[in-house]
Write a protein that binds this ligand. Sequence first.
Ligand code: EPU
Length: 421
Amino acid sequence: MAKYEIVGGTPLKGSVVISGAKNAAVAILPAALLVSGPCRIENVPDISDVRILINILRDMGATIEYEDANTLTVDCTAINSIHPDPALVRKMRASYYLMGALLGRFGHAAVALPGGCNFASRPIDQHIKGFMALGADVDESEDYVNMVPGVDGLHGARISLDMASVGATVNIMLASVLIPGRTVIENAAKEPHVVDLANFLNTMGAHVSGAGTDTIKIRGVDALRGGSYAIIPDQIEAGTYMAAAAATGGNVLVQNVIPKHMERISTKLQEMGARITEYDDAIRVQANKRLHNTTVKTRPYPGFPTDMQAQLCVCMALAAGVSRLTESVYETRFFGYCTELANMGADILISGKTAIVTGQDKLHGATVCAHDLRAGAALVIAGLAAEGTTVVEDIHYIERGYENIIQKLTGLGATIRRIEE
Ligand code: EPU
């Protein structure tokens, strides 16, 4: 098992270039299943979740060619299977987008239930509700979802989600772009990657409007054609480097970002005393004095993202005063890292949905374990800020979502190495 060894205590300095958004890429690659012809996709992050999806698509018969590490041409025209390899599907969460994409393309799908980061119970009832509203007969067993067209065939529908689920919104968009008629998703998720998927689909000839608002409307078309598309920068990767700059008392220019997507993260770090300077496509984070406490509640976009909860918690753990961090999307997310941070000297009390974080002057190095992607990112930040040496185990979670993290952090002056055992 590989691990990271970090010698902490050095403020991060310099600039870092943010990669393409993981959660957009893992929706856009399955979306290529809906396209007749080659899709050239730029800014694809080279991370393990993307590599797994590429293996799934190739195994199903797609032709995928790399122009460089981040630019691919995906041609799914030859695929005629509705059975992605269950062993690969179970390796990641977003493989559930194959359900919507296969249903949309073939009217049938047989997809294993996904694996991935299990920091909470992650039901997919809203996805299934959407597929059924679109006319699919869905048979969900303990580890598989099978779908066939119902007696009336597949058709557009009005679907009101019980919560603004990213996954359900994406899956319903994927399923409906080629289905005849008009589909309306109410209480849709508004995350930047939902908008990016809509833009990709529209570039390929779909009719999707309203992405980024509560209501997304889709008018089914006969076919999507090939084209070229560039994925947006990763909001959470950018936020992670911003938090790392703040926690280490650094001065980092985070490049290739969309500052609008970063607003809540920038505001919180600013409230904690970091100096934030926004440019057209970059943000500088300077923290030359100790951070101070704040209060945060995670919410769906445009709120403060749950995927930044753990990284911000590290900033709170080092800030002067008592901070309160409330999770409203995944209640059990604290358990992935708070005990590990406590091993490094953090003082965190969990009370229901809220972590009460009493800031310490210092954290100290320890051997800690990444239990999921963002928890792992937080432990890396803690290690960078702590005195002494930190070893982060189970880093395969981190490598699901952070491209070239060692090179990027080393470029900012960090002492971090990957140890293969
Ligand atoms: N929910 C249901 N039923 C459903 C779907 C969701 O009850 O059918 C609940 C969830 O349990 C959760 C809430 O609704 O409490 C929101 O879940 P959502 O569906 O929005 O999350 P997701 O699609 O499973 C995506 C990201 C996550 C991110 C969440 C929230 C992808 C591939 N994953 O997950 O990203 O935390 O949205 O923003 O886009 C990560 O990148 O580390 C990550 C976990």
